[in-house]
Design a protein around this ligand. Structure first.
Ligand code: 26V
Length: 839
């Protein structure tokens, strides 16, 4: 187990009394780690550098030091989990199936959770190496698009920290989310190569490989007792090879595994063809098969209706289910007890094919009667929905499913038949209602509704914020909900505080420890103790100084990436997330343009200095989103060059948003833009990270913003715009956009400036598609919310001018967002959905 002394040595501070102190006093310096432990780690790193990397300190680059440090730390992680020869079989495990795990860098996570951050810093310093440079040499594991993938990573960390026995299952993509390059405001996607120099955290496990089939046909065999069994004879087999990354929890209490599958062809090469001189053709089949784990789909915003995408989904789902069924049989023998020992969570519908695949494994491969298998399936699976946007709800053409997964299609038909038969037998529903709850959508060519399939196969279905869950009940899942009103439950998202507070913002964490005690590190609810300092002038000053230091650091990053020198004294107003019309970056840009015009009109007024920062990627085929990026860049160009607004308004689009960039931006943000059209952002999690780090939110009553408001208090958040109900009502009134624009001279002027080429004189109609959308349909109701947004932004200006009020609100945001810890979320899943014990 963990060396507790090390952990205590790293975390203890002289001021870390558990009792909060009444008044603010200057901090006492922290203890340094013990010399012995530093020497041990120093020696371990040197050995790894020599024997695993094959380099000497003289020739090692930062990347080599990173690998050596990671390997030395990985040994410590293994010490924590391999300490007993035969670890006891846990009563129940969670299996989290996700097509995405947006992990980012692991080094500071692992160091922090092992309690070895200061030890590692000292050990490397003795070698003349800077830990920050080493940490910066780790590539981000960007195996996800956005919120859904990052949530999976936070959940993995929290489960390990709570000692919930769990496996994360996904795909080991060779190339994660593309790197975003911005040239003249245009996004270009460049392949990402996180594995180019190897990955020191993982273990390849060829001995645990599985076979995954595709295509072929279904045969029938008659068993000795006369029973009929179906046997799927796939036309093609792909080998799934797992790579395991240990996930160490806080204090190294527990270690879980992230198991990512790589696709391998059975035959590495067609030797006959190669020898005949066809060197490319000889590996063509291998390339085709291995494409399954080649690249992450940038699906956020594109209907990735590709066959390859379905192959990816089935590939990792089947391998994962085979793996856990095999483990269950080895440990318990009888598959009927699977629900007692396994809880399988489907992260959105991407692994929804688990429903028929688990049925197939149980019935066809292990001979369970259908009803028993259905009982096992529906008591083992859970399904989380992450979006209600119609274009994001997965459906697959029946024809494609029949070709790729013929046995699964049969099972889906059978599940559907039993489901619909059951309903009509009880006279419960008419034809229209049957069509609404059917697994097959007949209205758009025959397609399988994956959300419905996941819903039927799961014991619990959850949404990710209170509002989103309620909307699930009222809209997309209303007909299914009516059949089983206990099935849909809410589990509001959370974030891991270790990464998004302790590691991303060590200054603020230290300040919190000094103010309320080291207990905050273990129990974020202790942050509530900060509230008593909210009006303490000395504390406010310290809090502001920490922010200022992060803002200066961010200013260096922005200068480096964009060449723009932003003013750290200004209000940093940030919108960081995927670029999507429903998230309304365009509303923010419109307000920026209007503000620019207002300053030009009244340059003598006392405008507070503001820096508008944008970062985020657009799906490669999402033209409108790319045009929004271009507009942000074009507006930045003109505004930043205009001497009249100098010192009051600056704009920057920071390229290549990533987990690591988020870690730099979030602690430096003063204002958090969470301005989606109400009802469309399922939860948001960036909103939680920013509020925890003390940025004030300007936002709509959408997703988890509503719950953030409940926690931080009305006076510490800036809310504007239509409610979800208001959005529904407004959408029903045709022509609202034209009326809204006519009623708002400010909005009209901003739109006119964009439409007339004010930001693109070399191509005046460049932004026509954006302007046409706003003046025409305006699907995301920007015109309806603009004036209110403007009004509340001016309230932000006024609040920023009163630093005592501002910092009070910021401190209260930090003090009151403890509930958004993903530890809380995981405890709720454990109790309500998975029914696993949390120690
Ligand atoms: C996917 C797609 C795919 C096709 C077309 C448009 C579109 C739009 C959005 C998405 C989102 C995919 C699912 C997702 O990432 N949802 C996010 O999940 C987060 C974690 O629960 C949550 O905080 C975000 O609000 C939600 O957007």
């Amino acid at each position: 187990m963990l060396n507790e002394v090390l952990l205590a040595g790293d975390r203890r501070t002289d001021a870390a009394a558990d009792e909060p102190r009444a008044g603010w006093r200057p901090p006492v310096p922290s203890l340094s780690p013990s010399a012995d432990t530093v020497t041990l780690l120093h020696d371990a790193i040197l050995r790894k550098l020599a024997y695993a990397i094959g380099k000497s300190p003289a020739t090692a680059r930062d990347r080599d030091w990173f690998a050596a440090t990671a390997l030395a730390l990985r040994d410590r992680v293994l010490d924590a989990c391999l300490s007993s020869a035969a670890p006891p079989v846990p009563q129940k495990r969670v299996y989290y199936l996700s097509l995405e795990f947006l992990i980012g860098r692991l080094l500071s996570d692992v160091m922090g959770n092992l309690g070895l951050a200061e030890t590692a810093r000292a050990a490397l310093a003795q070698l003349g190496v800077d830990l920050d440079a080493v940490a910066g040499a780790e590539p981000d594991a960007a195996l996800g698009n956005g919120g859904l993938g990052r949530l999976a990573a936070c959940f993995m960390e929290s489960m390990a920290s709570l000692a919930i026995p769990a496996y994360g299952y996904g795909i080991r993509y060779d190339h994660g989310l593309f790197r975003q390059v911005i040239e003249d405001g245009i996004q270009r996607e460049v392949p990402e190569t996180w594995l180019a120099e190897g990955n020191p955290w993982e273990f390849e496990r060829p001995d645990s490989a599985c076979m995954v089939g595709f295509g072929g046909e279904v045969a029938m065999t008659v068993l000795a007792d006369g029973a009929i069994r179906r046997v799927w004879r796939p036309a093609e087999l792909v080998r799934a090879v797992p790579f395991d990354t240990p996930v160490v929890g806080w204090g190294a209490r527990h270690v879980n595994v992230l198991r990512l599958w790589q696709a391998r062809a059975l035959e590495p090469i067609d030797l006959a063809r190669f020898n005949a001189g066809d060197h490319v053709g000889a590996v063509a089949e291998r390339s085709r098969v291995e494409a399954i784990s080649r690249v992450l789909y940038p699906s956020d915003g594109t209907p990735a209706g590709q066959e390859l995408r379905l192959r990816q989904e089935f590939f990792f789902t089947s391998a994962s289910l085979q793996d856990l069924v095999r483990r269950h049989i080895a440990e318990r023998g009888d598959l009927r007890t699977l629900p007692d020992h396994a809880a399988i969570q489907l992260n959105d519908t991407h692994p929804a094919i688990a429903v028929p695949e688990l049925m197939r494994l149980l019935v066809d491969e292990h001979g369970l009667p259908w009803d028993d298998a259905w009982h096992v399936t529906t008591h083992t699976l859970g399904y989380t929905n992450h979006t209600l946007l119609p274009e994001a709800l997965e459906t697959w053409p029946v024809e494609l499913m029949e070709r790729l997964l013929p046995r699964h299609m049969q099972i889906i038909y059978l599940i559907n038949w039993m489901h619909l038969e059951g309903l009509s037998k009880h006279g419960k529903v008419d034809a229209g209602q049957l069509a609404a709850v059917s697994l097959i959508d007949e209205a758009h060519g025959k397609r399988v509704r994956m959300g419905h399939l996941a819903f039927l196969g799961a014991r619990r279905v959850n949404g990710v914020s209170a509002l989103h869950t309620e909307l699930m009940r009222q809209t997309v899942f209303a007909p299914l909900h009516a059949l089983d009103t206990d099935k849909i439950v809410n589990k509001t998202n959370g974030i891991t505080f270790r990464r998004w507070f302790h590691n991303a913002n060590p200054g603020l964490t230290r300040l919190s420890v000094e103010a309320v005690g080291a207990r905050v590190l273990d129990d974020p609810t202790a942050l509530e103790g900060l509230a008593r300092f909210a009006e303490d002038a000395a504390f406010q000053e310290r809090y502001a100084a920490v922010r200022r230091e992060r803002k200066e650091a961010l200013a260096r990053v922005v200068k480096d990436r964009t060449g723009i020198a932003i003013d750290p004294a200004a209000l940093f107003d940030v919108q960081i997330k995927r670029i999507h019309e429903y998230k309304r970056q365009l509303l923010n840009i419109l307000e920026t343009v209007a503000l620019y015009q207002a300053i030009l009109a009244e340059p003598q007024r006392d405008w507070p200095a503001r820096v508008k920062l944008f970062a985020g990627k657009a799906a490669s085929s999402y033209h409108q989103a790319k045009l929004i990026i271009r507009l942000a860049c074009d507006v930045a160009k003109r505004v930043n060059a205009d001497p009249v607004v100098a010192g009051r308004l600056q704009v920057a689009f920071v390229p290549n948003y990533s987990v690591s960039l988020a870690e730099a931006i979030i602690p430096a943000a003063d204002l958090s833009e969470q301005i989606s059209t109400a009802g469309l952002e399922a939860s948001g999690t960036g909103n939680m990270k920013l509020a925890l780090n003390g940025a004030l939110t300007i936002g709509t009553l959408d997703g988890a913003n509503i719950e953030i408001r409940e926690h931080v208090g009305d006076e510490n958040i800036f809310i504007f715009g239509l409610t979800a109900a208001g959005v529904q009502a407004t959408t029903a009134e045709p022509g609202y956009a034209a009326r809204a624009i006519a009623a708002s001279p400010r909005l009209k002027a901003a739109l006119d400036l964009i439409a007339s080429g004010g930001f693109s004189p070399e191509e005046p109609h460049r932004f026509r598609p954006l302007v046409d959308e706003l003046t025409g349909q305006d699907r995301y109701l920007l015109t309806a919310d603009f004036d209110d947004y403007w009004r509340v932004q001016r309230e932000v200006d006024a609040a920023w001018r009163r630093p005592r009020t501002w910092w009070r609100a910021a401190i209260l945001n930090t003090a009151r967002t403890a509930w958004f810890s993903s530890d809380r979320t995981m405890r709720e899943y454990a109790e309500d959905i998975w029914r696993v014990e949390v120690a």
